[in-house]
Design a protein around this ligand. Structure first.
Ligand code: ADP
Ligand code: ZN
Ligand code: ZN
Length: 728
């Protein structure tokens, strides 16, 4: 007798046993097929993970699955194994994890049949003379089709002015036939659409190291912005495409940077499958299928594309490996970067992690020789790297956050006919609104946070829970009408600069100014004319875009993350500064970067701006080692939230007290209220675990999971476990 062990989307951390459907040929059953089953009162789609002949469920209680949905497994085993490994490592329910490795379309029960383009071809030996002289339109249509011996799509016929409504007539007469378009891949010597660049010495050393080794190897491609990392990716990809192998490329965001995808498309004459969140479920599934069936030799996607199978895996590339968006921050809290390395190892292919500002974890992996460290220290194409200046603004008068010295520098650059980029990581007009008479602050009613004042359109906005309300006319507390904005966000900086430089366009780039479709490309078109302008924006400016005419980058508040309670605060600040700075100075325009700070003698800031990111990172690693912080220990956070104040903390406290015999080498800290205790109307608390022994921590977490699940308060508290958390 066969028993199916099925992954089901359920918070329960186990597989469920079912009998095969009643009239099913059991020898066709395999791991990786979907089944429709009744689970409780629902009908759900599950995934067969194991087939056995044993079960702990009494036979009389075993239900039969209703239907098997697939003839073939949907994914290769290594993808399922990756999802199961991740479920275990990240303490996430196995059923949810296994199903999340599939495209939503399949998870919802869609047929595993991707859409295809159909093309029309003439059927030999017919010629146009087989059509009546009087049927002119039919003759024209047939002629058009015979001109395309490899076939022509309906859309292309329409574009050529052909009478597509007559296709069925020609089909009925047997003169033409319809076929599925299969992209025949070009022969190895015709893969390139454009010639590769001649690599400089550092680039070609890196490329040789990557392509000359066999099997799994992890490389950290540590190259300053503009050093030509992408060119190295492209040439490495070419190496594998020539062997009929595929490349999987993971990037932080696709919507923001369509030009990244464009660079891959314009280099190679092969289909590129793109997977991102802007697609419909069906479109995403189609792209997934192209990757899975090997029709797309190049696959580019964001975080969740890590579960997209390749038919013939050749190489994995993860660009901007330091970027926090590779870590999923809710639900299945996996790190796509770390999973990518696990996956590359399972597939025995090389992986490149690229960044101008590598994470300390990856740098430490180089120190330990787990990764090979490849560095690109010079800008490709002879451009100069920018020079830094720490501008101490202690005691200096500021005009809405702008010092006189900075304004002078902006003026100088604009007078040279170049562009200026002003970075401020806060959108809106001002981060708070205060009553000048009594000190009342406009706060969010659902969070422990102030509301940001926005001018266009005018409203108060909580950036933590997204709630909005009109700008109050008077103080809630004393009724005074003297309400004043405090501090500056992008809108206020834009307004101030526009007033000071009335002849120069000031262009704001933040989530608000780019939310409309096509807005970002309009902005880029304006900037690309090269005319002097001032760009004011948030970290959106630091991601991927190149501004070749920008010669001055001004960072208004370099101090924001310096004294953060999160141990990664300094690392993040440094990455942001270097990433923003990387936008300045290309080709013939050497750039400069001015950082306004109240801590002009801050040792790490000084080290970063005089010696560069790598020196900074090594120093920071020494500190981490001294204080036994990651990557020198492993962390996990147990978070809990409840609608009643104090309940989440009590829940974690009682769980902690139930622990008597846990290993001493695990450090517990908390439970404490979370840094922002109340968020979106719920009260949150957390407990931090750290250990130097990873298996021990994993083991402890698994035991805690059981305790948490069975806890009497568990139905009134939502809890989650975050392994290797990114945000503390
Ligand atoms: P990164 O990805 O490291 O930021 P890119 O690959 O985007 O760098 O390269 C920056 C610029 O330098 C691009 O315009 C690219 O075309 C150019 N470039 C890269 N490699 C070379 C090279 N070997 N010779 C000339 N130009 C190059
Ligand atoms: Zn809020
Ligand atoms: Zn007041």
């Amino acid at each position: 007798m066969k028993i199916l062990r099925v992954a089901i989307p359920s918070p329960l951390r186990k597989l469920f046993d079912y009998l095969p459907p009643i009239d099913c040929k059991t020898d066709t059953l395999e791991r990786g097929l979907r089944v429709r089953i009744t689970f409780g009162r629902r009908e759900v789609i599950g995934l067969i993970l194991e087939i056995t002949d044993k079960t702990d469920v009494p036979l009389s209680k075993l239900k039969s699955a209703l239907e098997v949905l697939d003839q073939q497994p949907l994914q290769p085993n290594y993808i399922l194994d990756l999802a199961i490994w991740a479920a275990d490592y990240y303490q996430y329910p196995i059923g949810e994890a296994a199903l999340q490795s599939l495209p939503t379309y399949l998870r919802k029960g869609g047929l595993n049949e991707p859409s295809h383009t159909f093309i029309w071809k003439a059927v030999p030996p017919f010629t146009v003379d087989d059509i009546s002289q009087r049927a002119n339109q039919q003759r024209d249509l047939f002629k058009l089709i015979t001109e395309h011996p490899h076939g022509i799509s309906k859309e292309a016929i329409k574009a050529e002015g052909g009478a597509t409504q007559l296709l069925s007539t020609l089909l009925e007469k047997g003169l033409i036939k319809q076929e599925r378009l299969v992209h025949a891949l070009p022969a190895a010597e015709h893969l390139l659409k454009e010639a590769p660049l001649t690599l400089n010495t550092e680039q070609s050393t890196a490329l040789k190291k990557i392509t000359s080794q066999q099997g799994f190897n992890a490389f950290l491609l540590d190259g300053i912005t503009g050093s030509g990392k992408t060119e190295v990716y492209l040439q490495a990809i070419h190496h594998y495409l020539k062997q009929n192998l595929q490349a999987l490329i993971l990037v932080p965001e696709i919507g923001l940077t369509p030009q990244t995808v464009h660079r891959f498309q314009s280099r190679f004459r092969v289909p590129v499958a793109v997977l991102h969140s802007g697609l419909t479920d069906k479109q995403r599934f189609d792209a997934w299928a192209q990757a899975t069936q090997g029709e797309a030799p190049i696959v580019i996607g964001t975080r969740s594309a890590i579960f997209t199978p390749l038919k013939s895996p050749g190489i994995i590339i993860l660009d901007e490996e330091h970027d926090s968006s590779f870590k999923q921050q809710e639900g299945f809290r996996y790190s796509a970067r770390d999973l990518a390395v696990v996956r590359a190892h399972a597939e025995q292919v090389p992986i490149i992690l690229g960044s101008a500002t590598p994470s300390l974890e990856s740098l430490q992996n180089c120190v330990l020789s787990r990764y090979q460290h490849l560095t690109l220290k010079t800008r490709a194409g002879n451009a100069n790297a920018p020079g830094f200046q720490l501008l101490d603004i202690k005691k200096q008068p500021l005009n809405n956050g702008l010092s006189a010295a900075l304004l002078e520098a902006i003026r100088t650059h604009l007078n040279q006919g170049t562009q200026v980029l002003v970075f401020i990581n806060r959108r809106g007009f001002s981060p708070s609104l205060i009553c000048h008479d009594c000190g009342w602050l406009a706060e969010c009613r659902r969070c422990d946070a102030r509301m940001t004042l926005h001018h266009s359109p005018a409203h108060l906005h909580c950036h933590h829970c997204d709630s909005q309300r009109p700008v109050p006319k008077q103080c809630d507390h004393c009724g005074s009408q003297d309400l004043k904005p405090v501090g500056a966000g992008t809108e206020r900086t834009e307004q101030t600069l526009a007033g000071l430089f009335p002849d120069t366009p000031v262009i704001r780039v933040d989530r608000d100014s780019t939310s409309r479709k096509g807005a970002m490309s309009k902005i880029m078109d304006k900037v690309n004319t090269g005319a002097p302008c001032i760009l004011v924006g948030t970290q959106m400016l630091a991601k991927g875009h190149h501004f070749p005419k920008v010669t001055l980058v001004a960072i208004l508040d370099a101090d924001a993350g310096l004294f953060s309670t999160d141990f990664r605060g300094m690392e993040r600040t440094a990455q942001m500064i270097i990433q923003v700075a990387g936008r300045a100075g290309r080709a013939d325009h050497p750039g400069s970067v001015i950082l306004q700070t109240h801590h002009g003698d801050h040792p790490l800031l000084t080290l970063l701006t005089t010696q560069g990111y790598e020196k900074f990172a090594l120093e920071e690693l020494t500190q981490r080692q001294k204080f036994q912080l990651p990557p020198f220990c492993y962390l996990a956070i147990i978070r809990a939230e409840a609608t009643q104040s104090g309940r989440a903390e009590a829940f974690l406290q009682s769980m902690r007290e139930q622990q008597t015999n846990f290993p001493e080498s695990i450090q517990w800290s908390g439970p404490f209220p979370s840094p922002m205790e109340k968020k979106a109307g719920v009260f949150r608390a957390q407990l931090l675990l750290s250990a130097t022994n990873r298996p021990l921590l994993q083991n402890t977490l698994s035991r805690l999971c059981l305790l948490l699940t069975d806890h009497p308060l568990a139905n009134r508290v939502r809890w989650s476990i975050d392994v290797d958390p990114y945000d503390l």
